[in-house]
Design a protein around this ligand. Sequence first.
Ligand code: KIV
Length: 275
Amino acid sequence: MSATTEIRRPVPPDIRARKGGTPLVVLTAYTTPVARLVDPHCDIVLVGDSVGMVLHGLPSTLHVTMEMMVLHGQAVARGLSRAMMVIDMPFGSYEESPDQAFRNAARLMSETGAAAVKLEGGEHMAGTIAFLTRRGIPVMGHVGLTPQAVNTLGGYRVQGRGEDADRIRRDAAAVVEAGAFAVVLEKVPDALAREITGAVAVPTIGIGASADCDGQVLVVDDMLGLFTAFRPKFVKRYAELGQEADRAIAAYAAEVRARTFPAPEHVFGEEPVRK
Ligand code: KIV
C-alpha cells in the first residue's frame, strides 16, 4: 500500500450526481502531453471526434475511424490520473443497429480505458442509448448541432431557433429518458439551453449554449488559440498559442539562415562533459 492517498477518479454516476452543483469542466484532448496539461483542471476529458479536423486536417468529422479513436484514446489515457475520460463514437460506428453500437462502444472502452462513450443524436438514437446503458456502457448524449449530421442539417448553424426548439427539447428528453448520464447541448439558443437544463435530471454540458448549463466543454486547441483562422463566436480564447508558435518558428528559421543557431552552448566539443 502506498503512503500517498489515491485520488478516486470520477465515474459516470458521480458526474450525474453533479446536476445543479458546481459547473462541470470539460475539455477535449487527443494526445498524452495535452491530456497531462488538462487533467488537473477538468472533471471530464473528452477524446472528441473533432480530432479528425483538429489534428488530421480532415474537412469534417465524417472521416474519423474507430482506429483513429482507439489510438488517440490510448494516448489520452496515458496522460490522465484524475479526470474521467469519455470517448466519442465516430460516424458510422453506432447508427446501424444497437448491436453494432455495443460492439464498437465495448471496443472503445476496453482498448482505451474510457469510462463512457459519447454519441450524437436525439430521439432516433434513444433505443440504442437504452440498449448500451442496460449493458454496462455509460453514454453521454449530444443534441442540438450534431456535427456528424452536417450534411443533413445543411451546415454548422445554431439549432433549435423558433419552432425548431421543440425538436431539441424532445431530443434532450429522449436521450435522458434512455439512460444518458449527461448530455452535450451544442449551438442551441441560450434560453432554450437554460430551459432544457432546468427540465432534465442529468447534467447538461454546453458548447455554444448557455452559462446556465451544468457544465461547459470546449475544444482545447480552440481555447488555446492554436488555429489563428478558426474563430467561432462560442469559443473564448484564453491564450494565443498559434501566434506565439508562429513567432518562435520564424525566429528559429531566421537564426538558422543567419547561422546564429546553433550557438556555442548548443554544440559539443571533443571531450565529453563530466558532471
Ligand atoms: O468532438 C468534439 O470535440 C465534441 C465536443 C466539442 C462536444 O463533440
